[in-house]
Design a protein around this ligand. Structure first.
Ligand SMILES: [Zn+2]
Ligand SMILES: [Zn+2]
Length: 613
């Protein structure tokens, strides 16, 4: 039975995502930008062939932020070449040339291509179906293309595009074929959009978690150990521990219990769960131990299911909420790994809820509340939510799908969050909610998932004893809030640009003694801070003050405390906070109180006010 809301977008009172001042739509979201970017690649190719008559053209599609074109040119293009090409493109745009679509016969196309000696075009033509279309650009230049394009280059803004880079690419992506040069560009409707795009691109580079991870000594990937396997260094490990502690505390408060389960299990478990059938490509190969085959876990679910099945549960015990920071291993193709974002080993903040059908709505709402509590503690407050409903191929009967889908909708409505419905986009075994978070520079990251599952309880024959004594199937909900701890750590690092809030910093306060004579005092302050659970250290370098401050700033230590003779005399510290500026002389006791409460309340700063000037 179809639900009334399917296929439509339901908007609630609260708008979760604010619109940024200058919108930067993706190509796939904006028809006009698609035409602009696609047309730009033709303009680029025409400009290149004007300036480099030996360059042969191949293909030039749009990307989500611009376009590229692959050329076969005897000489590599230089930075100076890109500038010249960009200038030539501006001239072409200024000539207000029409772009016209022509339908031609295969023979006509072949003749035209041969006349211009473009072997790649000939190869492309051979793979095309009728009708064959080409687009002219002015009177002399044309390209095989299905479109769509703008009607005239006057629709292109010469001040709203830029060539970005040049890189090697193989013809047809095949290493045995000739190497080509790919020129990338970006194009927008207005110069303001171009400026905003460039600003965000520079910000993304500045915030790259791989660079920050190395600069701040948080983690590394060791080639010797293998791709996509993360080594947490002491600073990163300390932060991870703080995140995990907070996560555990929040889960206990929300009525969860914690599980620990093995990293491997007999392969038959993965047969029963179905993973061997539909998830094999993402799994590491099996290993043989004592004549039995074992499988490294790609997921924690079957382990939680076995734990549930270990005991006979009464309906009175439900809902049962079990969580685990479970490290899983999944196969990723070589070359696709990326810092902490895409790895082969990662820790899921996994949980499974076993509940009665009538508890679905309340349980989902509770998960949404917990999700908000946890994500907002890391300053992620704007979300984009998707509800994916029953696909055509699915298991489970209509009544249970309807009940579950209504439960998800009811919870989202009660939460007051707006969401989009992806009709038919759910897994074959149940509907789900996906949540994306928006970072400081407007990027959206998929993190949390709430997935209902009608499959595993069947496969493992799970049940509970109902009020009438009969045995019934529980509803199973999979959910993760961070998704992957590693990936979330990467996203969070980029969101903060490495400037972590006080409560989360591995090293919160660094004491900078200006001379050796004040060291004993620094040692006594350090021991007081440490006893209060504050993560502090003393700069032991013996460097001059200016250098110690610079080093502390480079490591983005939230609070630097300068100690000279005056501070010893006053039993104080001279504080510089990254977030709160110069705090002047602060008594040690006052700092202790502020730091303890900042840690307890997970504050970004110390909450101390600046001295009156
Ligand atoms: Zn085209
Ligand atoms: Zn699961």
């Amino acid at each position: 039975m179809p639900l009334p809301q399917l296929g439509s977008v339901t908007v609630s009172a609260t708008a979760a995502v604010e619109t940024p001042p200058v919108a930067l739509p993706k190509t796939s979201e904006c028809e006009q930008l698609l035409k602009i970017r696609h047309s730009m690649s033709h303009v680029l190719a025409m400009a290149v062939q004007k300036l480099f008559p030996k360059a042969q053209v191949t293909i030039g599609p749009w990307t989500e932020t611009g376009f590229y074109y692959d050329f076969d040119n005897p000489e590599p293009f230089t930075e100076a070449d890109l500038k010249a090409i960009q200038k030539e493109m501006g001239k072409i745009i200024g000539r207000r040339l029409p772009l016209e679509r022509l339908v031609v016969t295969r023979a006509e196309a072949e003749q035209k291509i041969k006349a211009q000696n473009e072997p790649y075009k000939l190869e492309i033509l051979a793979g095309l179906q009728e009708p064959i279309t080409l687009y002219t650009l002015g009177e002399q230049w044309w390209d095989l293309c299905a479109g769509p394009h703008v009607a005239n280059t006057s629709e292109l803004n010469a001040k709203a595009f830029e060539l970005e880079s040049v890189a090697g690419a193989y013809w047809r992506g095949d290493e045995t074929k000739p190497q080509l040069q790919r020129i990338y560009g970006t194009a927008w409707q207005t110069p303001e959009q171009l400026a905003e795009y460039k600003h965000r691109k520079a910000e993304a580079l500045r915030r790259d978690h791989r660079r920050l991870g190395s600069d701040l000594n948080l983690f590394s990937i060791e080639d010797e150990a293998g791709a996509g396997l993360v080594f947490w260094h002491p600073r990163g490990a300390r932060m991870r521990l703080l995140i995990e502690d907070f996560w555990r505390e929040a889960h206990f408060a929300a009525g969860y219990e914690l599980l620990y389960t093995p990293h491997v299990a007999d392969i038959s478990l993965w047969q029963t769960s179905g993973h061997l059938d539909f998830y094999r490509e993402s799994m590491f190969g099996p290993m043989k131990v004592d004549e039995r085959e074992y499988q490294l876990k790609p997921m924690n679910c079957p382990f939680h299911v076995l734990t549930y099945a270990n005991t006979l549960h009464s309906y009175r015990e439900l809902p049962i909420r079990w969580a685990e920071l479970g490290t899983v291993y999944r196969y990723e193709r070589p070359g696709v790994m990326h810092g902490l974002m895409r790895v082969r080993g990662f820790t899921q903040d996994d949980a499974h809820v076993f509940c009665l059908p009538e508890q679905i709505g309340d349980e989902i709402l509770q998960v949404l509340d917990l999700t908000e509590k946890i994500l907002s503690s890391f300053d992620f407050r704007n979300y984009e939510i998707n509800l994916s409903t029953r696909p055509e191929k699915s298991i489970g009967d209509d009544a249970v799908w309807e009940l579950a889908t209504n439960g998800l909708i009811e919870a989202l409505d009660r939460k007051g969050w707006s969401y989009k419905i992806d009709a038919g986009g759910g897994a074959f075994y149940g509907p789900k909610i996906d949540l994306k978070i928006e970072d400081a520079i407007g990027r959206m990251w998929q993190c949390s998932t709430i997935q209902l599952d009608f499959n595993l309880p069947e496969r493992f024959d799970l049940h509970y004893v109902a009020a009438d004594g009969s045995r019934q199937r529980p509803i199973m909900i999979h959910r993760a809030i961070f998704g992957s701890l590693e990936r979330f750590f990467g996203i969070m690092t980029e969101n903060y640009a490495g400037d972590f809030p006080f409560w989360l910093a591995a090293e919160q306060i660094r004491l900078l003694p200006v001379t050796d004579e004040v060291r004993p005092y620094a040692e006594s302050v350090l021991s007081q801070l440490k006893q209060a659970g504050i993560r502090a250290s003393i700069d032991q370098s013996g460097d001059r003050l200016g250098k110690m401050i610079r080093n502390g700033e480079q490591m983005k230590i939230p609070v630097l405390a300068v100690i000279g003779f005056k501070e010893v005399e006053l039993n104080a510290l001279s504080l510089r906070s990254r977030r709160e500026g110069d705090l002047g002389s602060v008594a040690v006791d006052e700092l202790l109180v502020a730091a303890i409460s900042a840690n307890r309340d997970r504050q970004a700063g110390l909450g101390l006010s600046r001295p009156a000037s």
